[in-house]
Design a protein around this ligand. Structure first.
Ligand SMILES: O=C(O)CCC(=O)C(=O)O
Length: 242
């Protein structure tokens, strides 16, 4: 993989608002999906294994966003806060989880119980399962009211996730930068120089994060203060009941 980093062409490198260098993902040949109508872009790097496609047309995605805004309700109170370094903070976005009975999702000190599936979410899940051939029993939904809402760097390595299962990230609304950072290239103690990989997630798109991406790479949705529109992201997962 070092080869991948060193050989990266300068013209593919840019800087984001915070000045960090970003690399456009290496995109391989296009491959038909399980649903033969769709093609996936293969995004590969050092233990980075993702596939990206446009799942819905603009018109369909507009309609789904409208339905989400009309039907989804988000957690409030203690379920809308996280416990970090001994302090409680409101999360900088809205969040809710839906899934099979009894499933919960624990992160940053809070345990989010799954609400029951709704017809809208089941429709989206069915479409994703059809095009990927994967099953999901849980979805975490994040709503970003504008570019100031964001999500910090993390790995989806919760103990409730079925080991090696893929995570399907479905986006509606405002396109936003999604950034992968290799665990060994983070912070002052970085052991290796591996440029972050940026993907702009579009309205109606699906990003499959396949094993072992989440073992080696952190991901984040940084603030983009100039952006004014709503974005909703759904990460469909396969969880175990603990
Ligand atoms: O909104 C996004 O695209 C990020 C979601 C995410 O990182 C997560 O649910 O773990």
């Amino acid at each position: 993989m070092d080869k991948f980093v060193i050989k990266c062409k300068r013209k593919n490198v840019e800087e984001d608002e915070s000045g960090i260098k970003l690399k456009e993902p290496r995109v391989n040949n296009v491959e038909p999906s399980v649903d033969k109508e769709l093609t996936f872009r293969r995004i590969r790097g050092d233990n980075l294994n993702c596939d990206y496609t446009m799942l819905y047309s603009q018109k369909e995605a507009d309609e789904l966003l409208k339905e989400c805004e009309e039907n989804l309700q988000y957690n409030t109170g203690d379920l809308a806060r996280v416990h970090v370094f001994g302090k409680w903070h409101s999360i900088p976005r809205k969040q809710v989880a839906h899934g099979d009975p009894g499933l919960t999702y624990t992160f940053s000190g809070i345990s989010v119980p799954a609400r029951p599936w709704t017809p809208l979410l089941l429709r989206i899940r069915e479409k994703i399962s059809k095009v990927t051939g994967q099953a999901f029993n849980f979805v975490l939904i994040n709503r970003y009211k504008d570019g100031s809402d964001h999500m910090g760097e993390h790995r989806d390595d919760e103990k409730e996730l079925v080991p090696k299962s893929p995570i399907a990230s479905f986006t509606l609304g405002q396109p936003r930068d999604f950034i992968f950072k290799h665990a060994e290239s983070r912070g002052k103690e970085a052991k290796r120089i591996i440029l972050p990989v940026k993907i702009e997630l579009q309205h109606g798109s699906l990003l499959m994060m396949n094993y072992p991406t989440n073992v080696y790479w952190y991901h984040s949705l940084p603030a983009r203060k100039r952006l004014t529109s709503v974005r909703i992201n759904m990460t469909f997962r396969q969880m175990v009941k603990l």
